[in-house]
Design a protein. Structure first.
Length: 222
């Protein structure tokens, strides 16, 4: 249980201090999981998610949708030797909605090229002009298996979950190139140095904040 659970159960959470957020992260931190480092941006994202009744309701809706898929995803993650912190990724990617993005789709928001690399069919089939589109990015089980395979491959490459998550967002080549240019592999430092544009720079903090909230759902209660 959270060290703040009892204290916060009797009133609506409004804002966390950095020390409170670090305490929450420390309780749910696992040895082999994502390092739940509470930076200023992570703290700001946590407080944005819990500061209003509407934002808390939005998070509760995401967690409600997550419950539908959680047993299947958790099983596949465990079988693949991956930490359950990665359940936070679809919170950021899709809000646990099996939807289309601009060039991505599904719970895990794979782009077509990456989907095909990990065994998902994204194609048109049948004779013209009557063709059927097959898109396995919308198959929750198959797309989760592809995500597990991708995360496992990225971890073999980087051996650091921060790098894995950033690479999932921008591609491993981009992360490797920036590491080479910087002369170090500290992903949070790469972000602080401004080596990634706004979207990628906020991706890792969003996943960390989502993981902390996911493991401390009492913060989202009214």
């Amino acid at each position: 249980a959270s060290p703040l659970g009892a204290a916060r159960s009797s009133f609506m959470p409004q804002r966390l201090s950095k020390s409170e957020a670090k305490a929450l992260a420390g309780v749910v931190q696992t040895k082999d999981g994502v390092r739940l480092v509470v930076t200023d941006e992570v703290l700001a994202l946590l407080n944005k998610a819990i500061s209003t009744s509407r934002s808390r309701m939005n998070m509760r809706e995401i967690f409600r949708r997550m419950k539908v898929y959680e047993p299947m995803i958790r099983r596949k993650m465990t079988n693949g030797g991956l930490p359950d912190d990665l359940l936070a990724v679809p919170i950021v990617e899709s809000g646990y909605r099996n939807i289309a993005g601009r060039n991505s789709a599904g719970l895990w928001q794979f782009i077509p090229g990456t989907a095909r690399r990990f065994g998902l069919r994204v194609e048109m089939t049948g004779p013209a002009p009557i063709q059927e589109r097959i898109d396995e990015r919308y198959d929750e089980e198959k797309s989760t298996e592809a995500a597990v395979a991708y995360f496992a491959r990225l971890y073999r490459e980087f051996e650091d979950w921060h790098a894995v998550l950033l690479a999932y967002n921008v591609g491993e080549r981009r992360v490797l190139d920036e590491m080479h240019r910087a002369g170090h592999r500290d992903v949070l430092k790469l972000i602080r140095e401004g080596r990634f544009e706004a979207g990628p720079s906020s991706y890792l903090p969003k996943v960390i904040a989502s993981a902390i909230l996911m493991k401390n759902p009492q913060l989202t209660q009214d």
